[in-house]
Design a binder for this molecule. Structure first.
Ligand code: PLP
Length: 459
């Protein structure tokens, strides 16, 4: 989010109210950046805000985001019914709290947590908050181990690929942990087992493995990373736990790749986060963090909230937040079941793989990934007289939001476009995008008549 810098243009600071609303009590101008001295009729306020938002992009054509942009009508109805409920008021809204508890248990089961007769975890505003909590637990447990051994606790570090989402860099900055970003390279666009182990030492609080890299959608090799860390522990005594950032993949892999062991089936995996508002199929903002067992979450980070005569351990950075998203998550679990989630995610993967294949066939593009992890893929431009940034701009004219950016270090000389396929993005829409990409190619080539195809300025 940009920080909103104050503008000083006096004319632009006045909101001109359309005269056609012509309602009693309407004024012609209100200040944009100051609270107006008096209000206006409800319907006028509605029209002004509604009209202003017409310029926002169309969420369904937003191929940049992983976040849910379509839900069923009944889910929307439930969310509207719950929008006044505060998740933190477990006493006042015990049933909302109960639905959260069920979701936590459903996810712990989905991710193969050992059955202790009750799962450890909670809902959050999104994966960012969930990652903060997962990382904090790692830091506290590392500190306890070090203190018990009479060793220094001054210099904790966290090992992760340079491709991690920005929340991990925030975690390190906010909580005073050295972030060890392992560069990616031509042989792998994400963290490798060898790279992870080589960066660990006695001050490493954990390794973050990402299921579904945001750059290109690939799964990191969690099982290989775990076994490299097993070897490290056997050889040196440095025993490092893993947190899996499953922001997207946490809701994909259990349904589409049940044979891939990335979750609590691996002893080294101590905690997992996922975004309910990504492939959990809920509107923003809800996330989840689950620990493999109660022992993986230090007591100091748990605050017991009493409700319905039982204790609900909670652990969150936020206090008040809406209950609607948690309710909607439970609705989705109930409505879809395992089969339903599998079908929805398979449809997204099929569309992503098909689109990747079609795009590879267009000519100018080379795939960086093919939609085989989470239903997202990245592609670069091979031989064309224009750049990925030109393409991103050009498709925007038709309403498509397709981001262009460079890969993380040390692949940052590679610029890519990325497409995220979500529930509701059909092959029909995909076909329209392919046609638009063809038209863009023709248009950009005629706009660059002087360029020969071997000018590599886009690399
Ligand atoms: C989206 C994402 C995050 C941040 O999640 P929010 O739910 O947006 O807070 C963290 N890690 C990965 C891998 C992500 O894809």
């Amino acid at each position: 989010m940009p920080l909103h810098v104050h503008e000083t243009n006096a004319a632009a600071d006045q909101l001109q109210i359309r005269p056609q609303f012509a309602q009693r009590g309407e004024t012609n101008e209100v200040p944009k950046l100051r609270l107006a001295p008096s209000g206006m009729p409800e319907s006028t306020a509605y029209e002004i805000v509604h009209d202003e938002l017409l310029l926002d992009g169309n969420a369904r054509l937003n191929l940049a985001t992983f976040v849910t942009t379509w839900m069923e009508r009944d889910a929307e109805r439930l969310m509207a019914e719950c929008s006044a409920k505060n998740m933190i008021d477990k006493d006042e809204y015990p049933q909302t709290a109960e639905l959260e508890r069920r979701c936590v248990n459903i996810l712990a089961g989905l991710w193969n947590a050992p059955d202790e007769g009750g799962a450890t975890g909670c809902s959050t505003t999104g994966s960012s908050e969930a990652c903060m909590l997962g990382g904090l637990a790692l830091k506290w447990r590392w500190r306890q181990r070090r203190q018990a051994a009479g060793k220094s606790v001054d210099r904790p570090n966290l090992v992760m690929g340079a491709n991690v989402q920005v929340c991990w860099e925030k975690f390190c900055r906010y909580w005073d942990v050295e972030g060890r970003l392992v560069p990616v390279g031509p042989e792998s666009t994400c963290l490798t087992a060898q790279g992870a182990a080589a960066h660990c030492d006695e001050n490493t609080i954990g390794v973050v493995a990402v299921m579904g890299s945001t750059y290109d959608g690939v799964y990191e090799p969690v099982a290989d990373i775990a076994s490299a860390l097993d070897d490290l522990a056997a050889a040196s005594g440095v025993d490092v736990p893993i947190h899996v950032d499953g922001a997207s993949g946490g809701f994909i892999a259990p349904f589409l790749d049940p044979k891939v062991a990335w979750d609590f089936r691996l002893d080294r995996v101590h905690s997992i986060n996922a975004s309910g508002h990504k492939y959990g199929l809920v509107y923003p903002g809800v996330g989840w963090v689950i620990w493999r067992d109660r022992a993986a979450l230090p007591d100091e980070l748990v605050f017991d909230v009493n409700y319905l005569g039982g204790n609900m351990p909670t652990c969150a950075l936020n206090c008040s937040r809406p209950g609607a998203q948690v309710v909607a998550q439970y609705y989705n679990f109930l409505r879809l079941g395992a089969d339903g989630y599998r079908q929805v995610q398979q449809a997204s993967r099929d569309t992503a793989q098909w689109l990747a294949h079609e795009i590879a066939g267009l000519g100018p593009y080379e795939l960086v990934s093919a939609g085989d992890g989470i239903p997202a893929f990245a592609f670069r431009i091979g031989d064309a007289p224009y750049s990925v940034y030109d393409v991103s701009d050009a498709v925007r004219v038709r309403g498509w939001l397709v981001p262009a950016y460079t890969m993380p270090p040390a692949l940052d000389d590679v610029a890519v476009l990325r497409i995220v396929v979500r529930n509701g993005f059909s092959r029909d829409l995909g076909g329209m995008l392919i046609e638009d990409l063809q038209r863009v190619d023709e248009r950009l080539r005629s706009a660059h008549p002087a360029r020969t195809t071997d000018v590599g300025f886009h690399h």
